[in-house]
Design a protein around this ligand. Structure first.
Ligand code: 7RM
Length: 643
């Protein structure tokens, strides 16, 4: 079926029936190279590939569309402009509903991208250079990403809620040459400093040569001559034409930092061609986007969801993508639904934590607005509990919108396991079935594949897909150790999973020391390191516990030496310190000062026991007699008020 009345017809890759899905899935497993090369044929290549795929999960080394040449932005602009010049690419809804929104057509977005690409070039950015984007949710942030891709610079977007030290770590790790930022950021009724955070970060780094600052809030900021310039100044006199840099298929497109179970966040590396093909394909199929639809993903571009499903996937598919600057509850808890009504949003994609936060306000704010435009609703970031699933399905989707529960990760680049809206069946709280091209396996602790239904274990992927992680920036060994060493010959996700009696997959959450707070990943080690910076802290242990709204909350246990400060003061200081070192999202919900931490004889902290205490559930505490110091357990239980 022709969806675009034009000769370029990207919709031909859309699966239309359950039968298509079954056939395509089968084909993608039997002949993956044929399958993906046919999808890749939709794009404009400066030079075609010599080989579709070469790979080994040992090194690991993964190469898709080898030796092909292209520029991703030519596949958004030059490829689509003949049919999309006047179609809206980005709708921007500001934080303050009384202020004017912005509509950018593909033609306008192209000009803005080229102009900014030229500005970046004039300021010394070249192919391969790393550029940090530390910006609010404004159209310029998307333009910045696209301009980087246009000139072949590698962007690394850092969520603008991260602290200056978290930002400095990322600048240093990727040796960024430039930072794109803003004076400030409007979020709800807050006005957040952005440039000041950058300035502080830059005291501790030496790589950044230029900072380009967008005027957003208008507050006074310090501009350092020679280093800092305003966005408008940078654009002055720049041409709206720019000839795209020719990139190799495996040239870096971006780095995105994400937390793991050990050490500092790692820079997940995504490359050009595979990421392009996969985000386009998955966007089109999961959301079943139709040519005139308005699609809205509420994520921030600081996370992978914003990269793949606000910017790249939708724009590559010629979609209209909505970008929202604000928060779900400002100025009222019906804001999301007001926006759905205002723009007649057809596909709406958000996180379970947002649903749960809105659920608290009851159904009145939802019923106040006309949501009849909605065709598909989606969920991402963490397991969605059945109650939230049903509330979302019934009150937002009015019982007749497919709910796509999309499981994926920063490392996978795109959606891996999810219903395809209206095509494959919906089952509450189940991510359900893999997309074509994705080969998930469930393994036991020895790495044996558990076949058949009614099995539970760890989730691995046994075959490459185009948008998979290629390396962790600057440290390939870490990539190998983290993802490819636990189970030989497979990519290990870090998630537990169950295949039910119908063969549907249900993601059970992390099996490693990663906590998922409101859909944001936090490493326990990362939080512990921040806590240990406190001069009175001797040792700490951090665990996650079930939290009604956030999914998981952070609970910290700390041994302190100071006897002249009250526990209350210490607890508060520790919370504030974590907030300062990492950012508000990492601030522990609870800090408990303890006399000791439960240790095994080999000196490992028994987190299992701490998790039980944090969850306020002392059933099945398990055997504690093997502990080095079983007596501390009673103290900890008492200290938590559970005795
Ligand atoms: C897209 C994103 C990845 C982790 C992942 C899971 C959890 C994400 C779902 C989910 C259950 C889902 N990238 N997760 N989506 N768990 N159902 N639909 O969130 O790198 O920030 O996080 O998030 O544990 O490993 S991420």
């Amino acid at each position: 079926m022709l969806k675009f009345n034009a000769n370029r017809m990207p919709m031909s890759d859309r699966i239309e029936t359950l039968r298509d899905y079954t056939n395509d899935y089968h084909k993608s497993v039997v002949s993956p190279e044929k399958f993906w090369s046919e999808i890749a044929e939709n794009f404009d290549w400066r030079k075609k590939w010599d080989q579709v795929l070469s790979w080994d999960f040992e090194t690991p080394k993964i190469s898709w569309f080898e030796n092909a040449e292209l520029n991703l932005t030519e596949n958004i602009f030059e490829r689509l402009l003949p049919t999309h010049e006047n179609k809206t690419a980005i709708i921007w809804e500001p934080n303050d509903p009384k202020k004017n929104p912005i509509h950018l057509t593909y033609g306008e977005l192209f000009k803005a991208t080229c102009k900014f690409a030229n500005a970046m070039k004039s300021q010394g950015v070249n192919k391969g250079d790393r550029v940090i984007i530390y910006m609010p949710m404004v159209p310029e942030a998307a333009v910045a990403m696209l301009a980087c891709a246009r000139v072949g610079a590698v962007h690394s977007v850092v969520f603008a809620g991260f602290s200056s030290s978290a930002l400095a770590d990322r600048i240093n790790d990727c040796q960024a040459k430039m930072i794109l930022t803003s004076d400030g950021n409007f979020r709800g009724n807050k006005n957040i400093q952005v440039k000041a955070v950058v300035d502080e970060a830059l005291n501790n780094t030496e790589f950044v040569e230029k900072v380009i600052v967008l005027k957003r809030t208008g507050e006074a900021v310090e501009m350092i001559p020679g280093r800092d310039l305003w966005w408008d100044e940078a654009l002055e006199g720049q041409s709206e034409d720019h000839l795209a840099e020719v990139m190799s298929a495996e040239d870096l497109l971006f780095i995105l930092y994400t937390s793991g179970s050990t050490g500092k966040p790692k820079g997940v590396v995504h490359t050009t061609a595979g990421y392009m093909v996969y985000t386009y394909y998955s966007f089109l199929n999961v959301f079943q986007y139709d040519a005139d639809d308005v699609y809205w993903c509420t994520a921030d571009i600081g996370w992978i969801t914003g990269h793949s499903y606000i910017v790249y996937g939708p724009l590559l598919a010629g979609a209209t993508t909505l970008m929202f600057e604000g928060v779900p509850t400002y100025p009222h808890p019906g804001r999301f639904w007001e926006i759905v009504e205002k723009y007649k949003v057809n596909q709406f994609y958000t996180a379970p934590t947002a649903i749960r936060a809105l659920q608290v306000h009851g159904t009145e704010p939802v019923e106040k607005f006309d949501l009849s435009s909605l065709k598909v609703i989606g969920s991402v970031g963490e397991p969605i509990n059945e109650e939230a699933w049903h509330w979302y399905h019934e009150h937002v989707g009015k019982g007749n919108c497919p709910l796509v529960d999309t499981w994926w990760q920063t490392e996978t680049g795109g959606i891996m396991i999810s219903p395809l809206a209206g095509i494959t069946p919906n089952k509450p709280a189940h991510a359900s079935l893999p997309l074509p091209g994705v080969q998930p396996v469930i393994v036991d602790s020895e790495g044996n594949e558990l076949e058949g239904n009614n099995v539970e274990g760890n989730l691995c992927i046994k075959y490459p897909w185009p948008s998979m992680i290629r390396t962790t920036y600057g440290d390939h060994q870490r990539c190998k150790d983290t993802y490819f060493s636990t189970y030989k010959g497979m990519y290990f996700t870090g998630d537990g999973v169950k295949r039910d009696h119908d063969g549907f997959l249900r993601i059970l959450g992390r099996v490693d020391d990663v906590i998922n707070v409101s859909g944001h990943r936090m490493g326990t080690a990362e939080v512990e390191n921040a806590i240990n910076e406190h001069s009175n802290v001797i040792e700490s242990a951090v665990v996650g516990y079930p939290h009604e709204i956030k999914g998981q909350g952070i609970y910290a246990f700390a041994i302190c030496d100071s006897l002249d400060k009250s526990a209350e003061v210490l607890e508060d200081e520790i919370k504030q310190l974590v907030r300062k070192i990492i950012g508000p999202i990492a601030k522990p919900e609870h800090v408990q000062i303890v006399s000791g931490l439960p240790k095994t004889r080999s000196g490992k902290i028994m987190r299992r026991i701490l998790r039980k205490v944090a969850s306020r559930d002392l059933s099945n505490l398990g055997d504690i007699s093997t502990l080095l110091n079983p007596e501390v357990v009673d103290d900890i239980i008492k200290g938590a008020g559970l005795d």
